[in-house]
Design a protein around this ligand. Structure first.
Ligand code: ADP
Ligand code: MG
Length: 258
C-alpha cells in the first residue's frame, strides 16, 4: 500500500483511445489506461485477450508486424511515442523482458555492455561501471562477478532472466516492460524476480503481463483486467481483487475462466 495516499503518483505511461488491428481483426478496443510512475502495473486476463499486444504497443514492437495499424495515442512522461519520439529514443527509454530469457550468445559482460556500446559508449572504465551497477540492480552481481567473461548461455534460466533485466537496465530506461517474465521459471527463481521487481520500482515504472493472478496480487500496485481486446476494469490491485466493479472481473478472479 502506498505511504502517501494523498499524493497519488503521476502517470508515466498514458494510453488514450488505443485501438489496434491485425489486418481486419481488432485486437485492442479503445484502451484507456494510466501507469503511475514508480509503481508496478500488471495486465491480467485469459490467453489471447491482448495483453502482449498492448505491452508491445508501448515500445512500438508492433510497427514491424505486417498489416498492423492503430489509432489513439500513448504518452511516455508526456511525450507521444509516435509523434514526439523516434523509435531509437523510445527503445532507450523503455526496456523489455520476455517470457523466455533471451541472452545473446556472448559473454555476460558483453550482454550488459551491448546497449551502451550501441549508444556509442567506448570507455572501458565507464562500461565496467555500468556492467557492475546493472548487475547489482538486478540482484545478480554477487553470483556473476567472478565469471563476467563466461558465456551467458551457461547460466540457469533464473539467472538468465535476471541478466536480461540487467541488460535492459544498462541503458537507463524509465520504463520496464515484462511479458510473463517468470512463466518459464521455477518457484525459487520466480520469487527472486518478484522481489527484484519490488526493489526496481523505486527507480523505474514497471508494466508486467502475468497469467498468474497471485503474482499480480503479490507484486503490483495497479491491475488491469482484459477480455477479448477490451480493458474491462483497472485500478489499485487490492481494490480490484477485493471489490471488483465489473461482473466479468469478478467471474475471472473467482476462477470462472481459469
Ligand atoms: N502478429 C499477429 N498477427 C495477427 N494476430 C495476432 C498477432 N499477434 C497477436 N495476434 C492476435 O491478437 C490477439 C491478442 O494476442 P496477444 O496480445 O498475444 O494476447 P495475450 O498476450 O493476452 O495472450 C489474439 O487473438 C492473437 O491471436
Ligand atoms: Mg501474451
Amino acid at each position: 500500500m502506498s505511504m502517501n495516499t494523498e499524493n497519488k503518483n503521476e502517470a508515466m505511461v498514458s494510453i488514450r483511445g488505443w485501438n489496434l488491428y491485425y489486418g481486419s481483426f481488432q485486437a485492442l478496443k479503445n484502451i484507456n489506461l494510466e501507469a503511475p510512475k514508480n509503481e508496478i502495473t500488471s495486465f491480467i486476463g485469459p490467453s489471447g485477450c491482448g495483453k502482449s499486444t498492448l505491452l508491445r504497443s508501448i515500445n512500438r514492437m508492433n510497427d514491424l508486424v505486417e498489416g498492423c495499424r492503430h489509432e489513439g495515442e500513448i504518452c511516455l512522461n508526456g511525450a507521444e511515442i509516435h509523434r514526439d519520439l523516434n523509435v531509437t529514443r523510445l527503445r532507450k527509454l523503455v526496456g523489455m523482458v520476455f517470457q523466455k530469457p533471451n541472452p545473446f550468445p556472448m559473454s555476460i559482460y558483453d550482454n550488459i555492455a551491448y546497449g551502451p556500446r550501441i549508444l556509442g559508449m567506448r570507455a572501458k572504465l565507464q562500461l565496467d561501471e555500468i556492467v557492475e551497477n546493472s548487475l547489482r540492480q538486478a540482484a545478480i552481481w554477487e553470483e556473476l562477478k567472478d565469471r563476467l567473461k563466461k558465456s551467458a548461455l551457461g547460466l540457469s534460466g533464473g539467472q538468465q532472466q535476471r541478466l536480461c533485466i540487467a541488460r535492459a537496465l544498462a541503458v537507463k530506461p524509465q520504463v520496464l516492460l515484462m511479458d510473463e517474465p517468470t512463466s518459464a521459471l521455477d518457484p525459487i527463481a520466480t520469487a527472486k524476480i518478484e522481489e527484484l521487481a519490488q526493489q526496481l520500482k523505486k527507480d523505474y515504472t514497471i508494466l508486467i503481463v502475468t497469467h498468474n493472478m497471485q503474482q499480480a496480487v503479490r507484486i503490483s500496485d495497479q491491475t488491469a483486467f482484459f477480455l477479448l481486446g477490451d480493458l474491462v476494469e483497472s485500478g489499485p490491485t487490492q481494490e480490484l481483487f477485493a471489490n471488483p466493479k465489473q461482473k466479468k472481473t469478478e467471474e475471472y478472479i473467482t476462477g470462472m475462466f481459469a
